[in-house]
Design a protein. Sequence first.
Length: 357
Amino acid sequence: MTYTFGIEIETTGVSISRVENALDRAGVRGCKVVPDGTPTVDAEIVLPPLGDCQVAFEYIEKVCDVLARVGCDINRACGLHVHIGNAPLSDDTTPAAFTGDSIQHMARTGSYYSNHGEAFDAVIVKDIMQRYERQQTTLNTMFASSRTDNRMCQRLNASQLEQADTISELNHGKFYAINLETWSRGTIEFRQHGGTIDAIKIWNWVQFLINLVDHTVQNRVETGTRTIVQDTPVDPFRRNSRVGVQYTMMRNGNGGVTTREIMDATGCSEQRVRASVSDIRARVGDGAVITHTQQANGGSYGDGTDLTRYEVLTSFQTTDGGVTLRDDDTIGIPSIWAGTSDDLFEWWQDRIEALAR
C-alpha cells in the first residue's frame, strides 16, 4: 500500500503576504498561507496532499528553501502538523502522479485533491494510537522539551483508547498528539513535532509516521470474520405497552416464557403474540430471539400455546467480516521502530542523542 500526507508549517518573523509573494516568485504553486491564530505565530503554510515519493520530497525542499530565503523563523510556539491520509492511495494512480495532480488541483481550485481507497477500520486507528501512546516517553526524546508537555499536543489517554471501538470514541479532541477531528476530511493529524523549515527533519518525521501506519496495516491486523458480543436493550419499547411487557417477560433470563403466559399477562391473542415476536426480532436482531418449539419441549403439534417458549437473550454473539488484530502467534511487534529502515532508525537515534546534550 502507498499513503498520502499533508503538512502544515508554522513560522514567525514574516507576514502572510510576504510569504505568499515569495512562493509565487519562486514558482511554487499549491500552498495556502493562512493565519494560525497563535499570537506569536505569523504564518501557517499549508501544503497540498502529497504522495510518498521523491517528487514530494523535492516539493517540500522548494517550499523550505523559499521560507528560509524570505527570513521565516521558528519559535517555541510553532509546530509542524502532519496529516496522514486515513485511506491508502487508489490503485489507479502512483504517488508521483498523485502529487502532481494534487499540486495542480490546489493551485487551480484552492481545495484538497483526493484519490483514495476505503478508509481505515477503527481497529487499525486504535492500534496506531495505542502504539504511539505506549511509547510516548520514547517519542518525547525525539523532540525538543517544548513539545513534550504542551497543551497543543497533549498525551493520549490509555484507558480511553482501551475502551474505544469507534473513531468517535478514539478521538480525544484537537489538541492531542494524535487528532481525529480531521477524520471527516480524510486525514489523521499528528501534532507533536516542533516547528521547522528543515526539509530533512520534515521528511524523516513523515517517513516515521507512514511506517507507523504501514506496520499496523501490513503486520498487525487482518481482514476476516470477527465475533461481536452485543447486549440487548432493556427497554426498546414503551415499558408498559403490551409489546413492552411481552419483551420484558421474554428477556427474563430463565429461558423465556410460553405463548400462554404472554397471552395471560397481556390479554393478546396467540396470533398477536407471534406478531409481536416478529416485531421484537426486527428491533433487536434475529440472533437475540430464540424460539423453543413444542417438539423440543416434549410436545407434539397442537401443543404450541402451552409449550412453545420465546426468549430474548440478554447478550448474544454475531459475526461479520471486518478487520481484527492478528493472534499472538502472527502479530507484528508493537514497537514504534518496527519496520523502519536502518538509515531512518539511525537518523532518529542521532537526533535523540543530540537533543539530550
